[in-house]
Design a protein around this ligand. Structure first.
Ligand code: F6P
Length: 536
């Protein structure tokens, strides 16, 4: 499947990205994809026209158009769970009907959205009275997709926040909920229990702890709890008032769920209007993905960079580097989106893949990363394709000089990665300080190989609309890569075994059941824990 591309890789073995610019100074105009004001510049990669064509060919060979249309039409493309994949319906504000199993799901989606809006208005304007007055703080309890999405989006859109403060608790480690609740007024706090299944052990444990905390302080969990879940029977059993429960269907995967009720904390923070703009941004990206030619299709070209770098060039990891502090949670969010979706070992039909599907995705915001791990990106022997994200404008006009510095640093990094610094230049730089062998030795430490690929996603400003575009673009990128690799991007069986074993090990850690049957390491670790456990 990748033969032609592997040949191109060999053909380009001695070519440098900078050579491609020398050959075609207008290259940046051609090697980019744009939708609205958002541009993906992929010209600083070792991709030429022939590679581009071969990559685009993969889309046709994989029947991408047919599969994309099947997803949008509500076909059960998540084959191992027998489900449609329709998170896009949650942002289909102006779209037509979306039919699943013969019925249009849009009326229910829009009704839930307007229930969320009504509830958010009541909380935000103080109509919803808690035991101690209006709500000042919201604690979202969830994990994975029920945490990473709302936490990331709330932080990213903090300039738009005009509602209650939002806090996020995910880890079952008691430190998380304890640190979060400390200092909050139980009489003025709203707890959202966010769990698609309403069975996730971490979330349910934290939810019970929060409920006990409220009751201890004479607050009313009946009034001050809300739930977002597709398991309404379980939310009722937990004691959450029906009017505070916002449901969604099983065709919304956890890591794709921020667009609907799982985004309730976001809506409370920024208000229904700004949340609507976020949805519209996502929807705009859907329309672009559905209509643009592959070569101009931003999520498709993002995906093809991924395929080129990981499958063809063999680069094992990819760094996501937002030069946008408010996107500091984006790398973590994308880790779930990409690694849970495409971290698969078999094809849709169950055959073992001959090479890894998705890369390791990691990163941190710039400029911080420059002072931490960029050393390795520039001079380490492994090549790490970098994805920069950059806004033309910040939200602090009075600090525009900060933003200019941020931008200059981002551009400097992608330029340095591409151009590098050769030995001759390094020698010349040091010639007045060193000579002979010492000059040679010192100079070698200052060589940057360069020729390291990066892409830059650039946009006017991180508004709710733009953030919606960004997230939807990454979602579609994951889908496109999954289609080309022939895997199911929408299940997550790989998380199950650990959960099952934790259930078995729990009573052993409690000391109620013998640990003797375990392997030697697990047994010894449990013995250590029992010896040192907290007996207060
Ligand atoms: O264990 C993985 C996972 O199922 C994720 O896919 C999901 O986002 C997370 O757990 C939380 O699940 P839930 O929303 O059902 O609590």
């Amino acid at each position: 499947m990748f033969e032609a591309l592997l040949d191109h890789r060999a053909r380009l073995a001695e070519t440098r990205i900078a050579d491609l610019f020398d050959a075609d100074p207008t290259r940046a105009d051609g090697f980019r994809a744009q939708t609205g004001d958002m541009v993906l510049d992929y010209s600083k990669t070792l991709i030429d026209q022939q590679v581009c064509e071969a990559l685009i060919d993969l889309c046709d060979k994989a029947d991408l158009a047919v599969k994309r249309d099947a997803m949008f039409a509500g076909a059960p493309i998540n084959q191992t769970e027998g489900r449609a994949v329709l998170h896009r319906a949650l942002r289909n504000l102006d779209g037509g009907p979306v039919v699943v199993d013969g019925s249009d799901v849009m009326p229910a989606v829009l009704e839930t959205l307007s229930n969320m809006e009504r509830f958010a208005d009541q909380v935000r304007n103080g109509t919803l009275r808690a035991a101690g007055g209006s709500i000042t703080d919201v604690v979202n309890i969830g994990i994975g997709g029920s945490d990473l999405g709302p936490a990331m989006v709330t932080k990213a859109l903090s300039p738009y926040q005009d509602g209650p403060r939002c806090h996020f608790v995910s880890n079952v480690d008691g430190a998380d909920i304890s640190d979060t609740l400390r200092g909050l007024d139980p009489g003025r706090t709203l707890v959202i229990v966010a769990s698609k299944t309403f069975t996730t052990i971490e979330t349910m444990t934290n939810a019970r702890t929060a409920r006990a905390w409220m009751m201890e302080h004479d607050a009313d969990p009946g009034l001050q709890f809300a739930a977002v879940s597709s398991a309404k029977d379980k939310t009722t059993e937990f004691g959450i008032h029906e009017a505070h429960v916002f449901g969604f269907a099983d065709w919304v995967g956890g890591r794709y769920s921020v667009w609907g009720p799982v985004g309730l904390a976001v809506m409370l923070a920024i208000g229904p209007k700004a949340f609507g703009a976020f949805l519209r941004g996502g929807q705009a990206m859907d329309l672009h993905f559905q209509s643009a030619q592959w070569a101009e299709n931003l999520p498709v070209m993002l995906a093809l960079q991924g395929i080129w770098h990981h499958q063809i060039c063999g680069y094992a990891t990819r760094a996501v580097l937002p030069y946008d502090q408010r996107l500091s949670l984006l790398p973590g969010y994308l880790q779930q989106l990409e690694m849970e979706s495409n971290g698969k070992g078999v094809t849709m039909s169950g055959e073992t893949l001959s090479q890894p599907a998705g890369p390791v995705v990691w990163g941190a915001p710039g400029t911080n990363g420059q002072h931490a791990f960029f050393q390795l990106i520039h001079q380490g022997r492994q090549i790490i394709p970098c994805e920069f994200l950059l806004a033309a404008m910040g939200h602090e006009p009075e600090l525009a000089h900060h933003h200019r510095l941020l931008v200059a640093n981002c551009l400097a990094q992608s330029k340095a990665l591409m151009q590098g610094r050769d030995l001759k230049t390094a020698r010349a730089m040091l010639a007045d300080r060193f000579a002979g062998d010492e000059l040679e030795r010192q100079a070698r430490h200052r060589v940057f190989e360069g020729n390291r690929p990066s892409t830059t996603l650039i946009y006017p400003q991180l508004t709710p609309y733009v953030l919606g575009q960004i997230i939807a673009a990454y979602e579609h990128r994951v889908f496109v890569e999954g289609v080309i690799l022939g895997i199911n991007s929408f299940d997550q069986w790989g998380v199950e075994l650990g959960k099952e074993l934790a259930t078995v090990l729990g009573p052993m850690v409690d000391g109620d059941v013998s640990a003797a049957e375990n392997d030697g390491s697990t047994r010894a670790l449990i013995e250590y824990l029992l010896k040192h456990r907290d007996t207060r």
